[in-house]
Design a protein around this ligand. Sequence first.
Ligand SMILES: [Zn+2]
Length: 679
Amino acid sequence: MRPVCFPLMMLTLSLAAAAPPLSAQRPCSAEANRHFDFWEGRWMVRAATGALAGHNTLSLVLGECVLQEHYTTPSGYEGKSLNIFDQTRGVWHQTWVDNQGALLQLEGGYQDDRMVMQGETVDAAGVVTINRITWSRIDGGRDRVRQVWELSADGGTVWTTSFDGTYIRLETGADWDLLIQGGTVMNGTGRPGFSADVAIVDDRIVRVSRTPLDPERASRTIDATGLVVAPGFIDLHAHLDPLLRLPGAESHVRQGVTTALGGPDGGGPWPFAEHLELAASVGVGMNVGFMVGHNTVRREVMGLENRAPTASELERMKGMVAQAMDEGAWAISTGLKYLPGAFSELDEVVALSEVAGRMGGFYTSHLREEGLGLLEGVGEALEIGKRANIPIVLTHHKVVGQPTWGASVKTLAMVDSARAAGTDAMIDQYPYTASYTGITILIPAWAMAGGTGDLLQRMEDPALADSILSGIEFNIINDRGGNDLRRVQFAIVRWDRSLEGKTLHDWAMREGLASTPETGARLVIEAVRRGGASAIFHAMSEEDVERIMAHPFTMIASDGRLTQPGEGHPHPRWYGTFPRVLGLYARDKGVISLEQAVRKMSTMPAERMGLRERGQLREGWFADVVIFDPATVADQATFEEPHQYPVGIDWVLVNGAIAVENGQYRNIRAGRVLRRGRN
Ligand SMILES: [Zn+2]
């Protein structure tokens, strides 16, 4: 809160005689716009440059698109305005020039949670007094920049500007920026859908009205007749590592995802705060939060060593977890199947999780085993929740390998009884019968200690090589290999792109080898030797998938990595998770109702995160909204052709800004970096 209200000062301005006529001004080039988009992802302004003449008079020449030359404001607010330095008085002015040619010179302060500025403007027609600019809610920290700002003049003119800088001249007195009319609202709580209009101002939902609202009062309307209006989806398990390269997050946003939590499977970013700053600086297409990763922390402190930490190492790890939590982490994630998490024992994980739990975070776990050892893996996670006193999530819950199929009956019963005994356990799931990860998941963890270099070293020792190969064979037969080399499908193979989409079986055939687990084991080692690969493992049963989905404490999460067409051969969940649940599992199979599906994607994950004012379609809350067609919504990505966007996700709003418009993606970067306790 910044309750200070600064005195408002009026400044007189005049356009310099040298200013070209408005019609002759060049628009900002697409190139400059892109550059600006990179900088800000917010809006484009036509900058003013010129000489300062006199005490409080600024003579300016309308110039070309000059971008953010003076960026930091003296108040320390890293504002989103163009700032001009008044050399005469030695003060900064925040200045905007709209593309109608009107120059604004403004000073102001804060009223409640809004920044209010006041001043005068000069345009070709003479002086216009701007009586009020409502700018941003800034109480939430540096990421809380507004998407649409509004200028209202005494003359009754109102302009607003959207993220991409297109100024739209509005009728005077529009009450709402956006009105979604005639849709069926599924508000995320699971209650039955109802007909309502939804009005949005700035980044907030201001009305959810069962009686129709007057479209005349809105600057823009969306006809949602026949469509479902729901809170934007929240993805608790997202691989956001390509975020700086793919900041628009199109593959997620087009599924209706408006918030995603990165750093799963023990692999959170480090240094934590720095990573968040970086994400904020590029401008992101959806809201993102991050978890602190156990594997990351352990690797920083202990490398890939297969042993328990010393007391001082454990203290260092606890300190790192506390630091990340302090810097806004939402949870601690573990990946006990992966290195170096696989080398940690229960006490270590409990000690670190206690720290996260005390600071308000939750625990999410890629279980130590998801195949033959599944029940022990689930038991361990529940035990961690109990001993560390932390809410937990069994993430991407699944049953891997034919010998274990059906075990979801038991795992769900374990969750139920843990809940009854006071452990706050939940589940998330992606809706597919195949998993995706590095091919090394087929190799016993002990053999991987120290990394792939050490593995290949061990392969030089015939006795060790034998037991490594038989360990892999065992996993091919009983675990993720699905007892058939056809079930292991290469995804990303940097050293031989022609293998992408092909299976271990195909590779064996190509090499003239028999398609046996023994061959498979040798090829897995060969793949590691050549640089590794990721693969899709077709080793789950549909019954388990449906049983897990129907459980009342199961949420939907993608486990998807940000991607774009043409990049490798991803798991289709990267493109299709949310629409697939809505279309295939809710509508077509009736495994859950549509309202429950929406709840599992919005309110439930928001509550697990402790995310405030998101996750429900509710007055006063953030306008993260998805509008989908319940008759047509469907995933299109398949295991054969994964690079396909879903259909039926017609509109997506991120913080009130339109990111998907009638099925068309807009790279507006309206997302924010969310920090626990500060959103
Ligand atoms: Zn995982």
